[in-house]
Design a binder for this molecule. Structure first.
Ligand SMILES: Nc1ncnc2c1ncn2[C@@H]1O[C@@H]2COP(=O)(O)O[C@H]3[C@@H](O)[C@H](n4cnc5c(N)ncnc54)O[C@@H]3COP(=O)(O)O[C@H]2[C@H]1O
Ligand SMILES: [Mn+2]
Length: 659
C-alpha cells in the first residue's frame, strides 16, 4: 500500500513538471507571435495567457503542496506499523497539554477501548500526580491490567508499559515463598500429668484433632516432633490467609480445651521473608521464644526484613505452679555472685519504688555472701516519692557507701565486677548505658514482658512476666539461697511499697506468689502503714490528678482516654495515677492518660483489666510494659497528635482481634 502511494506521488510530480513546461511553452509561443505580427488582438491574448498560466501555475504549486501534505499520510501509514509494534509490545502513549488535559492517546489505549481524550489526566488516574513530583515510575491499574507509567515532562507525554503478566508472575513467585512455624502447647505437661488416664487420652485426642484439622484445612504440612509440639510448613499465600483469619486457631483451641474443663493455650512462632532455609528456621524458633517470654497464648511472626508481628495474647499469663525455676535461678545466681569480685546493682531511669526496692533487695542478697555491693542511683532521675525515700536512706548511716552515682560506678567498675540489672531489660531504659557496655558479666532480673530490645548477652536472665514486680521475684529467691538474707526494716518497707506501686495497691497483676512475697516482707519487719505513707500524695498532686481526669472521654466501648494540657508538664506518675483511678470506674476495661512529661516528650500511661492487652497497644506506639500496665514515650509531637495516634493504635489492636 505504501509503495502504491509512493508510485502515485512520483507520477503526479512528473506530471506537474510536464504541465509547468507546457504552460511556459504556451506563454513563449503567444508572446513571440505578438512580437512578430504586432497585432493588438495578439497582445490581449498574450496577457490573457500569461494571467491564466500564472493562476494555473499557482494552482499546481498549491496542489503539489497538498500532495506533499498527502505524503504525511504516508508517514502516518508508516506509523500504522509502528503503532502495531507498540500495541504488540504493550506500550501506550498519552499526550497532555499545559493544563494536564489529555489531548491524544495512542492506539493501545484505543484498542483497550479507553476513551479519555479531553479528560483531565489526574482525574482519570489520580495516583499519577506523584510522577509530577519526585517519582520516576508508577504502577497503575487500567481496566484490570497493570501498567508502569513514566512521565516525560518536556514532551508532555506519559509512557505506559503493560506489565500485567510480569506482575502476575511476581505475585505467584512471592506467594510461593516458604514459611516455617513451630507450635507448642502451653501447660501441656502439667495438665497431662495432673489428670487420670481416660481424661489424658481425651485431651490428647482433642488437641491433635483441633491443631491437625486447622493445618490441613489451610493446606499446611504438619508434623508432631514431640509431645505437645508441632512443626508446620506452608507458603506465603497460606500465610496471608492466616493473617486474614487473625490466627483464630488460638481462640478455637482454647475453647475446645475449656469444654474439657482444662486451661491450655498455644504458642506459635513463625519465620518468613527469606529464601535461606536455615534462616527461616532460626526466625521461627526465636519467634517461638518471644511468645514464651511474653506469656504464651499468642503468635509471633519474625521476618527477615519487617518488624515482629504479634497476634493473640488475649489472656494474661497464668502463674506457673512450679517454683522449680526460682530455685534453679537462685542457685545459678549464687554461683555467679561467689566468683565475682564486687557487684553493682542498677535499676531503670526515672527510678520508682519497685526499681529502688528490688535494687535494695538484691543488694542485701549479695551482702549475705560477704561481697562488696553498690546500688547505682541517679539523683537527677528519680520519681518524686522515690526521691523522698532516697533522701531518707542517705541520712541513715546503715546505708553509708551503699549508693553510688552513675559516674562513680563507671569509674570504679572492674574487669571482674558483676552488674545486676533489675526491673527492666531494655538498655535504653537503663540508668547508665556506659556501665552496661563496660561490664562483661551481667544478670537481668525483670518482670516485664519481653520487648525486642534487650540487654546484650547477659550471663543469666530471669524474666518472669507473671510476677507482679521485680521485688516479688527477688524476695522469692531468698528462700532458695543457702545464706540467710538480712533486711533492715527500712529495706523491707521500701520493698513493700515497691510491690504496692506495681500492683496498683494489690488491685492488678496479683497472684498467690505476690501475697507470699508480701507476707514474707512483713515477716522481715516491713512497716505496712509506712509503706502506704510513702505513696501518699500531697494536696497539689491530688488536685493535679483530678484536673487531668476531668478531660476523660469515652472511646469505643469501655475505654476512657484523658489528656493533660499541652503546655503543662507533669510527672509520669501523675499520668499513671490518673489511669489507675479511671480503671476503678465500673465497666471501664482500659484507661489511657496522655500528657507532656518533658519539654519534647509526651508520655502515655495505660491500664487495663484482663480483657484488653495494653502492652500490645503501647508496643504499637514504640513502648511496652505488661498486659494490664504499660506506657510509651513519644518525641516531637503534640498532645493532640498523640491522642490521634493512640486512637489509631487502639483501633488497630481491636481490628486485629476482630472487633
Ligand atoms: N518505652 C517503654 N518500653 C517498655 N516498657 C515501658 C516503656 N515505658 C514504660 N514502660 C513500662 O510500662 C509500665 C507502666 O508505666 P507507667 O509509667 O504507666 O507506670 C509505672 C509508674 O509510673 C507507676 N508508678 C511509679 N511510682 C508510682 C507511685 N508512687 N504511685 C503510683 N504509681 C507509680 O507504676 C508503674 C510501674 O510499672 P512498671 O515499672 O512495672 O512498668 C512500667 C514501665 O516500665
Ligand atoms: Mn517494676
Amino acid at each position: 500500500m505504501n509503495e502504491e502511494v509512493n508510485a502515485m506521488t512520483k507520477k503526479m510530480l512528473s506530471l506537474r513538471n510536464i504541465f509547468t513546461l507546457a504552460l511556459l511553452l504556451e506563454i513563449v509561443i503567444v508572446t513571440s507571435f505578438y512580437l512578430v505580427l504586432n497585432v493588438d488582438v495578439l497582445f490581449i491574448l498574450a496577457i490573457y495567457v500569461l494571467l491564466k498560466n500564472v493562476i494555473i501555475f499557482g494552482c499546481i504549486i498549491y496542489m503539489a503542496s497538498l500532495l506533499e501534505n498527502d505524503s504525511l499520510s504516508v508517514s502516518e501509514a508508516l506509523n500504522q506499523d509502528m503503532g502495531n509494534a507498540l500495541i504488540f509490545g504493550g506500550i501506550g502513549l498519552i499526550q497532555y497539554d499545559d493544563n494536564r488535559n489529555i489531548t491524544w492517546v495512542s492506539d493501545l489505549l484505543l484498542a483497550l477501548n479507553i476513551k479519555i481524550v479531553g479528560v483531565k489526566l489526574l482525574e482519570w488516574q489520580p495516583t499519577l500526580a506523584s510522577l509530577f513530583e519526585d517519582e520516576d515510575v508508577r504502577l497503575i491499574d487500567v481496566k484490570g491490567r497493570k501498567f508502569e507509567a513514566y512521565n516525560s515532562d518536556e514532551s508532555h507525554l506519559i509512557y505506559l508499559k503493560d506489565v500485567t503478566e510480569y506482575t502476575v508472575l511476581e505475585q505467584d513467585f512471592d506467594d510461593g515463598q516458604m514459611c516455617i512455624g513451630y507450635i507448642t502447647i502451653d501447660n501441656y505437661d502439667e495438665t497431662i500429668s495432673n489428670v487420670d488416664e481416660t481424661k489424658s487420652v481425651e485431651i490428647q485426642s482433642v488437641v491433635r484433632q483441633v491443631i491437625v484439622k486447622w493445618a490441613s484445612d489451610n493446606g499446611m504440612i504438619i508434623r508432631r516432633y514431640k509431645s505437645g509440639s508441632y512443626f508446620i510448613l506452608f507458603n506465603e499465600r497460606i500465610y496471608k490467609k492466616l493473617i486474614e483469619d487473625k490466627f483464630n486457631i488460638l481462640d478455637r483451641f482454647k475453647k475446645s480445651i475449656l469444654e474439657l474443663g482444662e486451661v491450655m493455650t498455644l504458642s506459635i512462632g513463625i519465620g518468613r521473608g527469606t529464601r535461606v532455609l536455615g534462616e527461616l528456621e532460626q526466625l521461627a524458633s526465636s519467634a517461638l521464644n518471644l511468645t514464651y517470654s511474653r506469656g504464651g497464648d499468642q503468635v509471633a511472626i519474625k521476618s527477615s526484613n519487617d518488624r515482629v508481628r504479634y497476634f493473640g495474647g488475649t489472656t494474661d499469663t497464668f502463674e506457673k505452679s512450679s517454683k522449680v525455676r526460682a530455685r534453679v535461678i537462685a542457685q545459678t545466681l549464687s554461683g555467679i555472685i561467689k566468683r565475682s569480685e564486687n557487684v553493682y546493682v542498677m535499676g531503670h531511669k526515672y527510678s520508682d519504688l519497685d526499681s529502688l526496692g528490688s535494687s535494695l533487695g538484691i543488694a542485701k542478697l549479695v551482702k549475705s555472701f560477704d561481697k562488696e555491693v553498690h546500688i547505682v542511683i541517679d539523683n537527677d532521675s528519680l520519681e518524686e516519692k522515690t526521691a523522698d525515700v532516697v533522701s531518707i536512706i542517705k541520712k541513715d548511716e546503715r546505708y553509708n557507701d551503699l549508693l553510688v552515682s552513675p559516674i562513680e560506678a563507671v569509674e570504679r567498675v572492674k574487669r571482674d565486677s558483676l552488674l545486676i540489672v533489675v526491673d527492666h531489660h531494655k538498655p535504653s531504659l537503663s540508668i547508665s548505658q556506659t556501665l552496661l557496655e563496660k561490664t562483661k558479666e551481667k544478670v537481668v532480673i525483670d518482670h516485664h514482658r519481653r520487648g525486642e530490645e534487650f540487654i546484650d548477652s547477659p550471663t543469666l536472665t530471669y524474666l518472669e512476666p507473671s510476677a507482679s514486680s521485680a521485688t516479688e521475684l527477688i524476695v522469692e529467691l531468698y528462700s532458695y539461697v543457702s545464706k540467710k538474707v538480712e533486711l533492715t526494716e527500712l529495706d523491707a518497707t521500701i520493698m513493700y511499697s515497691g510491690m504496692l506501686v506495681d500492683t496498683n495497691q494489690f488491685r492488678q497483676r496479683v497472684g498467690v506468689r505476690t501475697f507470699q512475697s508480701a507476707a514474707k516482707l512483713k515477716e522481715m519487719q516491713a512497716d505496712v502503714v509506712r509503706a502506704y505513707e510513702f505513696l501518699e500524695d500531697s494536696f497539689d498532686r491530688t488536685v493535679e490528678v483530678m484536673n487531668i481526669s476531668k478531660s476523660a472521654y469515652q472511646f469505643k466501648d469501655h475505654i476512657l482516654i484523658a489528656y493533660a494540657k499541652d503546655d503543662d508538664e507533669h510527672d509520669s506518675v501523675v499520668l499513671a495515677k490518673t489511669s489507675n483511678q479511671m480503671l476503678n470506674i465500673s465497666h471501664v476495661k482500659a484507661a489511657f492518660t496522655i500528657g507532656r512529661t518533658a519539654k519534647d516528650v509526651i508520655s502515655i500511661s495505660a491500664r487495663s483489666s484482663r480483657e484488653i492487652n495494653v502492652q500490645m497497644i503501647m508496643e504499637l506506639m514504640g513502648g511496652g510494659g505488661h498486659f494490664t500496665m504499660a506506657a510509651c514515650q513519644l518525641k516531637e509531637i503534640t498532645v493532640e497528635e498523640a491522642r490521634k495516634r493512640l486512637e489509631d493504635a487502639i483501633n488497630e489492636y481491636l481490628e486485629d482481634r476482630g472487633e
